[in-house]
Design a protein around this ligand. Structure first.
Ligand SMILES: C[S@@+](CC[C@H](N)C(=O)[O-])C[C@H]1O[C@@H](n2cnc3c(N)ncnc32)[C@H](O)[C@@H]1O
Length: 408
């Protein structure tokens, strides 16, 4: 069956027009003529009859088998335009148009935090990512996505799998690069009795990992895994949110700082461990609000230990159940808001009426961002600009920063 790929779906699959509706063809590009066998609404055994001029040779040796990257077959410029198009489309769906600042894409080998899957095998261990749409694990020693410091932890992770992994249950191993070594969080390892805990602690020491958390328990701490945010050093709790690349974090921070300009009193909502709060506190007083008490404590300690910051106050609060109320925004001249994928509908409804002059919004979900943007615009805000910040290179994931303003 011969088909022409018309567009890409949100997961990066090519979509062709079939007699009974859309047909999905993974890793194809718009304009390509392809043939293959139809299985339900998916094309399999695909042969490209006419390739797109935007098709490139995937840079990674694992690209054919590994499911970690979905877009390595497409030229960088195409992926950038496609991602910006997803945001434009989501906004248009809400009747919104705006200016776009140039996209910033993180370089290859810059991911400083990743979750790998691992399993004990007869001969030792297998560590990597799942193959596309499959439970087969693919080892990725030549990965083009991960920071070299993360790849350098593979021998340590493999040793941990041998020490405490099961042959039947897969383990999730989240590794975060820190200033003082890797911070490793393992879920799905065998229960760690005293002997095993000693073994895991010995491996942490021997491989120079900073900290090991095993099935939710802190089993080894060689040294605190520190992160720097501006002038502050923070020790995030295990598994705490961190932007995926240092370059992406800087791009988001620059966009947020540009958006709020000379604001002197700022609220940072969904503040995490202080990605925005701490650098912004070099020139503004900041109230940081976040749902996780341990993250707030880490931010607070980091702020108190840093020199020359303006006043930073913290509040642990569930912003879905108890959004900040309109009168709590009195006296603030800017809001930074960076919610999880679900967005922040309840908080945006209050913000829309609270009349803070500037809102810098960061989002990892264009659909909920567009919904929340509509709420702000209906409340009297303008959407001044949007900037796509692509920290998830070669994936269909999209992140952005945006500025809303109003005359008070
Ligand atoms: C996308 S992260 C952003 C964190 C921070 N702004 C950063 O850039 O590192 C979203 C944050 O929202 C927090 N969060 C999730 N649900 C929440 C809730 N209901 N109330 C308050 N914070 C919440 C998470 O713990 C996480 O730190």
């Amino acid at each position: 069956m011969n088909l022409i790929i018309e567009r890409l779906g949100h997961l990066g699959d090519g979509i062709a027009h079939g007699p009974d509706g859309p047909i999905y063809a993974p890793q194809m590009l718009p304009g390509e003529v392809v043939e293959g066998e139809l299985q339900g609404d998916h094309l399999t055994g695909i042969r490209i009859v006419t390739p797109s001029p935007l098709r490139v040779k995937p840079p990674c040796v694992h690209a054919r088998t590994c499911g970690g990257c979905m877009m390595q077959h497409a030229a960088n410029g195409f992926v950038a335009e496609w991602k910006q198009g997803i945001v434009q489309g989501a906004l248009q769906g809400q009747g919104i148009t705006t200016l776009f600042r140039p996209i910033v894409t993180s370089p290859p080998n810059s991911r400083r935090r990743a979750t790998l899957t691992a399993r004990r095998t007869k001969g030792g261990s297998l560590l990597g990512f799942h193959a596309r749409g499959s439970d087969v694990l693919v080892a990725v020693p030549g990965c083009h996505l991960l920071h070299p410091d993360l790849i350098a932890t593979f021998p340590a992770l493999e040793a941990l799998v041998k020490a405490g992994g099961s042959r039947t249950v897969e383990m999730q191993m989240t590794v975060t690069r820190s200033l003082s070594g890797a911070d490793v969080v393992v879920v799905g390892g065998k229960p760690a009795d005293a002997m095993m805990q000693m073994d895991l602690a010995r491996l942490t020491e021997a491989h120079g990992l900073a900290r090991l958390t095993w099935n939710g328990e802190a089993v080894a701490l060689r040294t605190m895994p520190m992160q720097r945010f501006g002038r502050a050093l923070v020790a995030p709790p295990p598994g705490a949110f961190l932007q995926a690349t240092a370059e992406g974090e800087q791009a988001l921070l620059q966009a947020v700082a540009f958006a709020i300009g000379s604001a002197r009193k700022v609220v940072d909502l969904f503040a995490g461990v202080g990605t925005f709060t701490l650098p912004l506190a070099e020139r503004a007083e900041v109230l940081a609000v976040e749902g996780e008490a341990a993250m707030m404590a880490a931010l607070d300690k980091g702020a108190r230990g840093a020199e020359g910051l303006r006043r930073v106050t913290t509040q642990t609060r569930d912003l879905y159940r108890r959004p900040l109320e309109a009168d709590e925004f009195k006296g603030f001249d800017a809001v930074v808001i960076d919610p999880p994928r679900a967005g922040a509908e309840a908080q945006m409804r209050v913000l829309a009426a609270a009349r803070v002059p500037v809102i810098a919004a960061v989002s990892c979900n264009p659909a909920t961002f567009a919904r929340d943007a509509r709420i702000l615009i209906d409340g009297g805000y303008r959407l001044d600009w949007v900037q796509v910040v692509d920290q998830f290179r070669w994936s269909p994931h999209v992140e952005l920063a945006a500025r809303f303003s109003r005359s008070v």
